[in-house]
Every structure is written in structure tokens, then in C-alpha cells.
Design a protein around this ligand. Structure first.
Ligand SMILES: CC(C)(COP(=O)(O)OP(=O)(O)OC[C@H]1O[C@@H](n2cnc3c(N)ncnc32)[C@H](O)[C@@H]1OP(=O)(O)O)[C@@H](O)C(=O)NCCC(=O)NCCS
Length: 171
């Protein structure tokens, strides 16, 4: 297991090509993809997402979306991480969890650790976080990570509230 981050309650690791079932189980729940709009239809679709979207980020950049596990049993609960979006010249903080893991502060704990990692280990200058206006839980996670609200815009064809954090070590 290639561990990227070890927080109080969580371990974050890189996904491998063997993790399609985890992606499938996560994205098969319509409540989970309610605001993200990218459900997967079956296991082979999940494999495609993994091999063509998630894994290439690690090879191209030294970050990406990471699998999140709860210690000590290392139960998989979802993912969190930093995605490079060269077409927008942005590094995007993202997260997605199984419903059974919601409401326990895991999303905030992992997101906060990813931002810190992005600034301290990767030396990133700016990290962006975004959620649709109705996705109150996600917006709250961005606020709890002390990101700064910069406004509402249309991104990928949908309205989004955008937040940012600037690396205090570079200012
Ligand atoms: C968004 C998501 C990651 C939040 O997970 P979570 O487990 O609720 O997050 P946390 O427990 O860390 O904290 C969320 C905060 O939002 C609050 N919150 C959660 N659901 C809420 C709701 N429906 N209305 C208002 N506040 C809500 C929580 O109370 C908490 O704030 P508090 O500590 O001040 O009480 C989770 O709902 C999820 O995976 N959703 C599906 C995927 C998704 O939408 N990802 C984000 C795309 S931008």
C-alpha cells in the first residue's frame, strides 16, 4: 500500500488498477453522485474511470485523488485529493464518500490534510475547491478547511461556488 497521508483517524493511499470495485460501489449510489453528475453504470465503466481518469494523474503529476481508509481496520470509505486541471490552470481539491461515512468529520479531516500536503510537500501555490450551490455539506467542508470564498461561476456547464487557499509559505 502506497500511503500518502496518515491523519488521526484516516490513511490516504494511491489507488491501483485493482480498485475498480471500490469506485463502482461509491459511484453506484445516486445520493453520492447527486451533485457530481458522474455515476458509473457497471464495473467495467468503473475500471475505465480508474484507468483513464484517476491513475494517469499520478503518472503525470505527483498527486491525484487518493483512496481514504479508516484506521485501524482500514475500511475503505471514499476518496479525497488534489487533481490537476491544466485546462483551467488549477489544482482542484475534491472528495467523495460512501453514505455510511458521512457526518463523522472524515471529509473535513482528509481535505484539510490534503491542502496541508499540497502546500508543505508539493509546494503548490493555490488550491481551488468548488461545489454546486445546493451541496451544503460540501460547501461546509470547504469552509471548515478555512478556504476563502471567491464567488459563483459556471464550471463544466454547472453553477459552482468557488473557494481558494493560497500557500502561506509562498506569500
Ligand atoms: C460532501 C461530503 C464529502 C461531506 O461529507 P461529511 O461526512 O458530511 O463531511 P464532514 O462530516 O467532514 O462535515 C461536513 C459539515 O457539513 C455539515 N453538513 C453535512 N450535511 C449537511 C447538510 N445536509 N446540511 C447542512 N450541513 C451539513 C456537517 O454538519 C459538518 O459541519 P459541522 O461540523 O459544522 O457540523 C459527503 O456528503 C459526500 O461524499 N457527498 C457526495 C459527493 C460530493 O458531493 N462530493 C463533493 C462534490 S463538490
Amino acid at each position: 500500500m502506497n500511503v500518502i497521508l496518515d491523519t488521526d483517524r484516516l490513511l490516504l493511499r494511491t489507488f491501483t488498477t485493482d480498485d475498480a470495485r471500490l469506485i463502482y460501489e461509491l459511484n453506484a449510489d445516486p445520493d453520492v453522485t447527486l451533485y457530481t453528475g458522474d455515476p458509473v453504470s457497471d464495473l467495467s465503466h468503473a475500471q475505465q474511470v480508474l484507468d483513464q481518469v484517476i491513475l494517469p494523474q499520478y503518472a503525470l503529476y505527483n498527486h491525484g485523488r487518493w483512496a481514504v481508509h479508516v484506521k485501524p481496520a482500514l475500511e475503505f470509505i471514499g476518496w479525497c485529493g488534489l487533481k490537476n486541471r491544466p485546462e483551467r490552470n488549477e489544482i482542484d481539491l475534491g472528495y467523495r464518500y460512501l453514505k455510511s461515512a458521512w457526518g463523522k468529520g472524515y471529509a473535513t479531516e482528509a481535505a484539510f490534510a490534503c491542502i496541508k500536503y499540497g502546500f508543505e510537500k508539493l509546494g503548490l501555490y493555490r488550491i481551488v475547491g468548488r461545489a454546486m450551490p445546493g451541496n451544503v455539506a460540501s460547501l461546509r467542508v470547504l469552509e471548515k478547511c478555512q478556504m476563502t470564498y471567491i464567488g459563483e461561476e459556471i464550471v463544466d456547464g454547472h453553477p459552482a461556488k468557488t473557494y481558494e487557499s493560497i500557500n502561506p509559505l509562498i506569500l
